[in-house]
Design a protein around this ligand. Structure first.
Ligand code: ADP
Length: 269
């Protein structure tokens, strides 16, 4: 009987192993599939501007007097625009591929980081006639109180930059963007709110997928490559944080990011 029980236990153990290997394999193949889709989409996105450049150059070469200012100017303008788009895409793809390896041990003061992001985006906000507001106090907090976080300063900068850039781009004329950072226990809560037209409920999850855009031509016109929120999601993930979207057709969209402040600062409460 003892032998039989040992044998039974061994079979049960093998069965558990088999199930867990199967799960691992499934996760692995899902991750390969995600990677494959990402590469396919990236190649497609790179091919579009390249094809446009090629078509414009072909037109230039088949035009009888290509040096005539109109054709030459059109060609230069179009090639410059598409080249900018290509550069932006390649830069973002490189940034995304380096995401995992960047150090996340920087001591970041959030209010000054927000100020930096808002200063860098002020020209875009002025162009779009959107007001940028930094709300640095939470309930009961002093205006000049510093708010620290341990993480990657380049990545947190990029995350905020992308969220604020979207909040400006998808806003309305004379709208506003409000950014705030407050501390709640051992977490910081960062919010970026806009006064745009909101995001359709059906796309609330999809907007974080690489290359997904609710309105492709509008996004392209605004200079988007569809990787902004995918990058934001990855930055949140590598910092073990969470991100939520609250959106309404009338009152606009709020992105809320929560991140642990890091062990060093927990002690200093
Ligand atoms: P894009 O380069 O197109 O801006 P993102 O990944 O940053 O790409 O965003 C994906 C899509 O989500 C955008 O194309 C847009 O349709 C939608 N979106 C993002 N932020 C906002 C916002 N604040 N308000 C409305 N729509 C937004």
């Amino acid at each position: 009987l003892a032998d039989y029980t040992i044998e039974e236990n061994r079979i049960a153990e093998l069965d558990r192993l088999r199930t867990s290997y199967n799960k691992m394999l499934l996760r692995l193949s899902e991750s390969f599939e995600t990677q494959r889709q990402f590469t396919g989409n990236a190649a497609h996105e790179l091919r579009t501007p390249l094809a446009l450049i090629q078509a414009q150059l072909d037109l230039y070469h088949t035009t009888e007097h290509p040096e005539s200012t109109a054709v030459a100017e059109e060609t230069i303008q179009m090639v410059t625009e598409q080249n900018e788009r290509l550069s932006k895409l390649v830069r973002t793809l490189l940034d995304m591929s380096e995401l995992q390896t960047v150090s996340r041990n920087d001591r970041i003061e959030l209010h000054s980081l927000i100020e930096e992001v808002l200063t860098d985006l002020e020209p875009l906000a002025q162009e779009k006639k959107v007001e940028l507001i930094q709300k640095s106090q939470g309930a009961g907090a002093k205006a000049d109180e510093e708010l620290f976080l341990t993480g990657s300063d380049i990545l947190i900068y990029r995350m905020l930059y992308n969220l604020v850039e979207n909040a400006i781009k998808y806003n309305r004329e004379n709208g506003s963007v409000t950014v705030s950072a407050i501390r709640k226990k051992n977490e910081v809560v960062l919010t970026v709110s806009d006064t745009g037209n909101g995001i359709d409920e059906a796309f609330r999850e999809q907007i974080f997928e690489p290359f997904f855009r609710v309105d492709k031509s509008r996004s392209r016109e605004l200079g988007g490559v569809g990787l902004g929120l995918a990058m934001v999601r990855e930055v949140v993930r590598v910092h073990d944080g969470t991100i939520e979207v609250y959106t309404n057709k009338h009152s606009g969209t709020t992105f809320e990011v929560k991140m642990g402040i890091g062990a060093d600062f927990e002690k200093a409460v």
